[in-house]
Design a protein around this ligand. Structure first.
Ligand SMILES: Nc1ncnc2c1ncn2[C@@H]1O[C@H](COP(=O)(O)OP(=O)(O)OP(=O)(O)O)[C@@H](O)[C@H]1O
Length: 373
């Protein structure tokens, strides 16, 4: 589906639809950023590009938080921006209620943004310092047609929005400028602004990582409460896998532009299958704590992520992988079901029975390889 200019305002509000209904889906989502060409490149046919996101599949459901976890530079923000239709994509589809949607700004974008809203990492940067809370929220309500008809309607809608993010009484906050609020209050205003669209899906890009440690839990709890009360589908982007366990129903792990593991958060964090997920968990100082709520950890693990201009062949994690096998440097692993819990998968040859058998000492493949050395 392409939202047309004449499309009526989407009718489905947060309260409608069963809890497990799929709201937004990425199918084979791909984004390559072209790299600025040097003079000598003009004489070659090569077009260098950053392979930021490759063949990403993910599903956001009503009343469900899906975490997208990975190191800095793994492509998480690019996935969120693609889902928000802020970037054109190189390939793949974005399905809203099962219909493929492409929007390129203007009214179509607004119609889409009414249903899919994004929350950014830095609430200071996302709120305009010269405008009050009232201005920010009124604008969101008006743009998305939720301000009502009278001044009283608008006041009620403003109070309702601030109440939803626990900034009460509203008159204490409405006339404040962003610099007069704490980081946590600013992020709550940014969340209220997103709710002003009455969306079905929220894309939260590291929503607590810039906040003071002591208030992270409060903002995550607020998002969880909104998920339940408003039946929202939430994408929670974080580099902190332990906070995903605490907050998300489902966790997807991303490495160097590709999804490497997914499943219920409890399973992925307590029984990680992919060597990269294990590395993420092992290198967290204390796997049982909710580290996103106590520390900002940034990059972790041994070695460096690969170049995304010339990513490694096969599995992109193979240069850092403690379990690397010959096949991993050649063939891209597909999603393979782990079998411990429904829906738990890893894109890793370790779980391919045929590959594992071929690696056993004494197997024909291992003997051929030995002879070739
Ligand atoms: N506009 C752009 N032009 C070129 N390359 C880009 C652009 N945006 C992102 N990239 C590159 O794409 C890759 C993925 O970046 P992205 O910001 O999506 O990762 P991330 O996992 O969200 O990291 P972080 O946690 O640091 O935000 C990185 O190599 C980044 O340098």
């Amino acid at each position: 589906m392409t939202l047309s200019n004449s499309a009526p305002a989407p009718a489905a509000g947060p309260a409608s639809g069963p809890a497990t209904e799929v709201v937004l889906e990425a199918v084979g989502l791909t984004k390559h950023f072209p790299v600025r060409r040097k003079l000598r490149d003009l004489f070659t046919r090569e077009h260098a590009a950053v392979h930021a996101v490759d063949d990403v599949n993910l599903v956001l459901r009503r009343g469900h938080v899906t975490a997208l976890v990975g190191e800095s530079g793994s492509g998480k923000s690019t996935v969120a921006r693609l889902l928000a239709q802020l970037y054109p994509r190189t390939g793949g589809d974005i399905l809203l209620h099962g219909d493929a949607v492409t929007v390129k700004g203007g009214r179509r974008f607004r119609a889409y943004a009414r249903r899919v809203q994004m929350i950014f990492q830095d609430p200071f940067a996302s709120l305009n310092p010269v405008h009050t809370v009232r201005y920010h929220l009124t604008r969101a309500l008006k743009i998305h047609g939720n301000a009502g008809r009278t001044a009283d309607d608008l006041e009620r809608a403003l109070a309702d929005l601030l109440g939803r993010v626990s900034l009460t009484p509203p008159e204490r906050y409405l006339e404040k400028f962003p610099h007069e609020l704490s980081g946590g209050q600013r992020q709550r205003v940014a969340i209220a602004r997103a709710l002003g669209a009455n969306p079905e899906a929220l894309l939260a890009d590291e929503p607590v990582s810039m906040l003071d440690v002591s208030i992270r839990l409060g903002v995550l709890n607020l998002l969880r409460d909104l998920k339940e009360r408003l039946n929202l589908a939430i994408l929670y982007i974080t580099h902190d896998i332990a906070s995903a366990r605490y907050f998300a129903d489902e966790t997807m792990v991303m490495y160097a532009g590709r999804m490497v593991e997914g499943g219920e958060s409890e399973t992925v964090t307590q029984n990680p299958a992919h060597p990269y997920t294990r590395l993420l968990i092992e290198s967290a100082p204390d796997p049982d704590r909710i580290s996103g709520l106590t520390a900002d950890t940034g990059d972790r693990g041994n070695g460096e992520p690969p170049s995304l201009i010339n990513p490694p062949a096969g599995c992109r994690f193979n240069p850092r992988c403690p379990n690397v096998m010959p096949r991993c440097t050649v063939d891209l692993p597909p999603r393979i079901e782990i079998g411990d819990r429904p829906g738990h998968w890893a894109a890793c040859w370790l779980y391919d029975p045929a590959t594992v058998a071929a690696q056993q000492p004494g197997s024909a493949a291992a003997a051929t390889e030995e002879a070739a050395r």
